[in-house]
Design a binder for this molecule. Structure first.
Ligand code: PLP
Length: 401
């Protein structure tokens, strides 16, 4: 019989969201008509519709596919249409970062690329992951048999050797964003040990302090030679269902082969994508073009502001309740220590059963998430306001009990 990849046995797959779903289902079965309806502030999925001009770009592209002269099939570069790659380059230029459209690879979202990029590295690679972490980096590394070393968000106590470093800023789950100084330290460390930083910027659009926190790792000098950036249109443009993102790999970035010869990471990524990926659909790419245009960004800014206001409502309530938190300012996530208990699941059960609010237990994001909790601002204004009203009413009781 064929043998399985034993690394899969080490995965804690879907434990977190499956366990949340089980507990919510049990609650709903036991309470078919709860006095207060359940409010979900767990999974980080967007709620607002995609702005009309971006939808129109998608619809127009579909109409083109119905006309023989305009029809398009496979896209032959495998990296995405030039118009979409140029839209990415112009978007970066709008905040002062120079990107060559040739260095952009259009993707079906950041999850695939953060998960697949490890294919390019040797099986004996050492991967640094900041804990708590977006579980994809961890699981993808484990599946590949890479050795995972856990670190803090900042460059404390790092190993002498590392090959891959996954960074996420603004961070899921903590909502923290790197400052220029903190990110410079990571770039210095990566260069010193010869590692490649995989920088996940899925929540970049939520940065409200651009003078303090970079929007792109390429704002840091020298990052082109040691980092790639993986971006998503899911959270900024509401493309969680459309599926679109992009990855930037500069030509300057090199890996080494067994003989010590330099090999371009971009060339390896091209080979990988050409072998296992057939590109992103034409309509999604026209929607990327529209979303990243000046007008698209203006329309999307309204949606981002809406979520930022939700985050402010959450932060205000936690501040009033004396609960310390991170995030919320440069991120749609607010991360806090569970009041009155050191146990994330205990607090989850309390919120579910007594407050009728669903959040995400921090322990699901790694050992450093123990006793912590995540709430998302990707909710409606009504639900966010109502959830925080319930927090104000119910949490003091627990804190004082
Ligand atoms: N990166 C991070 C840090 C995320 O939190 C998520 C989704 O929650 C993703 C990537 C997934 O992005 P996409 O929808 O583009 O695959």
């Amino acid at each position: 019989m064929a043998k399985m990849n034993e690394s899969f046995l080490e995965l804690k797959t879907n434990y977190l969201f499956a366990e949340i779903a089980n507990r919510v289902r049990a609650f709903e079965e036991a309470n078919p008509n709860p006095e207060l309806p359940l409010i979900r502030m767990g999974i980080g999925d967007v709620k607002l519709p995609i702005p009309q001009m971006i939808l129109d770009a998608g619809k127009k592209s579909l109409d083109e596919l119905g006309v023989a002269e305009a029809f398009r099939g496979y896209e032959d570069s495998g990296r995405g249409y030039l118009f979409a790659r140029e839209a990415v380059a112009s978007y970066y230029a709008s905040f002062g970062v120079e990107i060559n459209a040739d260095d952009v690879f259009i993707s079906d979202g950041a999850k695939s690329d953060t998960g697949n990029i490890g294919d390019l590295f040797s099986p004996d690679s050492v991967v640094i992951i900041t804990d708590p972490v977006y579980p994809v980096y961890d699981n993808a590394s484990i599946m590949r048999g890479h050795r995972v070393v856990r670190s803090n968000f900042v460059t404390d106590e790092l190993p002498e050797k590392a090959d891959i470093i996954y960074l996420c800023s603004p961070n899921n789950p903590t909502g923290d964003a790197y400052t220029f100084e903190q990110l410079k330290k990571w770039v210095c460390y990566a260069k010193k040990v010869g590692a490649v930083i995989i920088y996940d910027s899925a929540y970049e659009a939520f940065i409200q302090e651009p003078d303090k926190c970079p929007s792109s790792i390429f704002e840091i000098e020298g990052a082109k030679e040691c980092a790639i950036e993986i971006a998503s249109l899911s959270k900024n443009a509401g493309f969680t269902g459309i599926r679109a993102g992009y990855t930037i790999v500069h030509k300057e970035l090199m890996l080494e082969d067994a003989k010590g010869e330099k090999v371009s990471l971009a060339e390896l990524w091209k080979k990988r994508q050409a072998s296992k990926f057939n590109g992103v659909n034409y309509s999604a790419q026209r929607m990327i073009e529209s979303a990243l245009s000046f007008e698209g960004q203006q329309a999307l800014h309204e949606n981002i502001k809406y979520y930022q206001e939700n985050a402010r409502i959450i932060m205000d309530a936690l501040t009033e309740l004396g609960i310390k938190f991170t995030g919320g300012v440069n991120s749609p996530y607010v991360w806090f220590k569970c009041p009155n208990t050191g146990d994330s699941w205990e607090f989850f059960d309390f919120l579910l059963n007594k407050v009728h609010v669903v959040g995400t237990p921090g322990i699901g994001f790694g050992a450093n998430g123990a006793g912590m909790f995540r709430l998302t601002a990707f909710s409606t204004r009504e639900n966010t306001t109502e959830a925080m009203r319930r927090f104000r009413e119910k949490i003091p009781t627990v804190r004082n009990s």
